[in-house]
Ligand binder design. Structure first.
Ligand code: ADP
Length: 286
């Protein structure tokens, strides 16, 4: 039996990101007029190139949205104590509404431990373990922007979740785990795969909705998908020529699935827009 060819839609994120940013911009204008100009602080302790690219894109988007973005550059040799001191000071600063701790961190510096120093009310990227705990307990909290972006994209493209099988590839604290929690909250039946999963393709082929957040180029191919599946590609893997590719071998799945998000132009722009939306939400609650 040959696999039937199906029309694959490209589930783009750019239009959705523009809408989210436009709403955040009008909220930012109101907040500024009311004397609370929203401010996002990004703590950077790396000289990693793709991280620098991401931080620049956040700063650019913030500037366009009327949100002040303050980069706190601690350098790649920063100690855990220096980073913690900075996060604690920003948490106490009434003029700062959102805080992001950028990764990677210097060797030997653990992310989760430090993220606990971010005030949960300012934790716009859901990095503090308390935020993930609250999310898991169905209590209000900021979800990591990437996980929230996955759900926003699925909703935007009217992908049904209740009772359907969602497979998340990757179990990181920043992406895989919170994405699985959000899908569970929406009544999906959720499977989580990771590097010890035996026969990945056997599980992913049973996905109605497949979310790949493994950071492996070419991990998801035609052999991993069912014809009616919708794929959200969270991978952002730098290529040798300075480009960006996802986890999904797009050429191979093309015509064999219902929809797939492009990289770039899928989850990425929505993630950045949601960080800004979370920042104005945090500023409003003050
Ligand atoms: P991210 O920040 O994108 O979530 P991490 O590097 O923190 O990425 O985590 C990668 C995740 O992907 C891990 O949970 C790991 O188990 C999973 N993973 C990596 N390679 C594979 C693979 N070949 N098959 C299944 N899961 C994988």
């Amino acid at each position: 039996m040959t696999t039937p060819r199906v029309h694959t839609s490209e589930l783009r994120g750019t239009a959705l990101a523009n809408e989210i940013r436009a709403r955040a911009a009008s909220a930012a204008t109101e907040l500024t007029a009311a004397g609370t100009p929203p401010q996002l602080a990004v703590v950077v302790a790396t000289d990693d190139g793709s991280s620098a690219w991401y931080v620049r894109s956040i700063a650019r988007a913030a500037a366009k949205t009327g949100i002040q973005c303050t980069l706190v550059e601690l350098g790649p040799k920063a100690t855990a104590e220096q980073i913690r001191t900075s996060l604690t000071a920003l948490s106490a600063d009434p003029e700062v509404h959102g805080i992001i701790l950028q990764t990677p961190l210097p060797d030997g510096v653990a992310f989760d431990d430090l993220a606990a120093a971010i005030d949960p009310a300012k934790d716009v990227d859901g990095a503090n373990p308390l935020s993930l705990g609250r999310l898991t307990a169905n209590l209000p909290a900021f979800a990591p922007a990437t996980a929230a972006a996955v759900l926003a994209l699925l909703d935007r493209h009217e992908i049904e979740l209740a009772g359907r099988h969602a497979v998340v590839v990757g179990r990181s604290t920043v992406v895989g785990k919170p994405t699985a929690q959000l899908l569970l909250q929406r009544d999906a039946t959720v499977s989580i795969c990771h590097r010890h999963t035996k026969d990945l393709a056997e599980i992913t082929r049973r996905a109605d909705v497949l979310i790949s957040a493994a950071g492996r180029i070419g991990l998801i191919t035609a052999a991993h998908v069912a014809p009616e599946a919708v794929i959200i590609d969270v991978g952002t893997n730098p290529t040798d020529d300075g480009g960006l590719v996802g986890d999904v071998d797009t050429a191979s799945v093309q015509g064999r699935v219902a929809g797939v998000t492009p990289v770039p132009g899928g989850v990425g722009p929505v993630t950045t827009a949601l960080l800004l939306q979370h920042t104005v939400q945090a500023a409003r609650r003050r």
